[in-house]
Design a protein around this ligand. Structure first.
Ligand SMILES: Cc1ncc(COP(=O)(O)O)c(C=O)c1O
Length: 381
């Protein structure tokens, strides 16, 4: 592994006190929640420590976040963002929830594409909104695609008010093409739905895939949508509580400004995110190289130890979506892997009906720990 990423030594990782390392007893190898095991990018710790050293622990100021994100988006994603349209938020889900509450009437439907990140499916219920599923299409090789017929049918339902698009998609690791994004934008326009795009995994697009930022499209909806992203997945700093909302329009900016008090990021998170987007790029490149290697390693390990498991390599990020239906372990194979194999993977059914018989394995770690996770999964059978 690249020296920037460290060694992912298990005794050292077990000293972490985050959810990944505290949820299960020590005999369980955790590979469920979306935290990576690599060392922190070397620029982030000092940025936070410098603030702590002078007691700089107050409320957040946007500071250089707009410019830092805009420069990252321009250099790495091919998207020219106006820094004035960039707003700090505490995290992507809070930003989404606040905007959903502002732009959709109570009782309205939010369209999502299962299998999808579980909070998409329950979070908006807290605000009196309901979920309308537009499942992804899946081919025989296990590759997923946006399904125009399903999205159109969902958006045409009474009360459908918004479409929440996950791009790249969690848990499938799919990276959507410009054509797919335009199709989604056309449908939102046709049905008058607000488009919310979650691009939190965009910094982690892997070699071979080309990420198209929604805001870079020449489409009217690009000037109306809200895009949400963060350094939290790319640089593994969700605990520092800072995400980014990009408003497509002046109206969107006004909405985010009006709700600024409800969307306060952590000050230390803003500082860490600026450091990540600006100086953390060599670390990101090291992580991308390792994840590219890891996704291929997993393919080989599954072929050898769990040949009945279906796996299409992710085009982005550090999550592997595994079709375990042929193992006949029931709706939730993760329970068997945990109980008998002592490895904690993500529960497929949490991602929607389409996740029955599936699990999500986190590969944001060392080859040694991925090998151990697969060994434990196989030992459960
Ligand atoms: C697609 C997606 N959106 C949002 C989040 C959560 O991000 P945040 O902690 O910024 O709310 C995750 C976390 O894994 C995610 O995968």
């Amino acid at each position: 592994m690249d020296a920037l990423l460290g060694t992912c030594s298990l005794p050292q990782l077990r000293r972490r006190r985050s959810a990944k390392w505290r949820t299960y007893p020590d005999d369980v190898l955790p590979a469920f929640v979306a935290e990576m095991d690599f060392d922190l990018a070397p620029q982030i710790g000092p940025a936070v420590a410098a603030a702590l050293a002078i007691g700089d622990c107050g409320y957040p100021h946007k500071g250089a976040l707009g410019e830092a994100y805009a420069a990252f988006a321009a250099d790495r994603l091919g998207w020219d963002v106006d820094p004035g349209r960039v707003y700090p938020i505490p995290d992507v889900m809070t930003g989404l929830a606040e905007v959903v509450e502002a732009v959709t009437p109570p009782g309205s439907g939010i369209v999502v594409n299962p299998p999808v990140y579980p909070p998409f499916r329950f979070r908006f219920g807290f605000y009196g909104r309901r979920i309308i599923d537009a499942p992804l299409a899946r081919d025989e090789a296990g590759r997923y695609d946006l399904d125009p017929a399903a999205i159109g049918a969902a958006l045409s339902q009474p009360g459908a008010a918004a479409y929440l698009l996950c791009s790249p998609h969690n848990p499938t690791g799919s990276v959507w093409s410009a054509g797919q994004l335009e199709m989604a934008a056309d449908l939102c326009q046709r049905y008058g739905a607000v488009l919310l795009v979650d691009e939190i995994h965009a910094p982690l697009v892997l070699p071979g895939a080309r990420f198209v930022p929604f805001g870079s499209l020449r489409h009217e909806m690009a000037g109306q949508a809200f895009v949400f992203t963060s350094a939290s997945k790319g640089w593994n700093i969700p605990g520092l509580k800072c995400g980014v909302a990009v408003a497509g329009s002046e109206q969107g900016c006004a909405l985010l400004e009006e709700r600024a008090e409800a969307l306060l990021a952590a000050h230390l998170g803003v500082l860490a995110s600026v450091a990540a987007f600006t100086d953390g790029r060599p670390w990101l490149d090291a992580a991308l190289g390792q994840l590219d290697e890891n996704r291929a390693l997993l393919a080989g390990l599954l072929r050898e130890h769990l040949p009945a498991v279906g796996y299409a390599q992710p085009q982005a990020s550090f999550l592997a979506w595994l079709d375990c239906r042929a193992l006949e372990l029931g709706d939730d194979p993760s329970a068997v892997f945990l109980d008998r194999g002592r490895v904690a993977v993500g529960r497929g059914p949490d991602f929607g009906n389409e996740g029955h018989g599936f699990v999500r394995l986190n590969i944001g770690t060392s080859p040694a720990l991925i090998t151990e996770a697969v060994r434990r999964m196989a030992s459960a059978l």
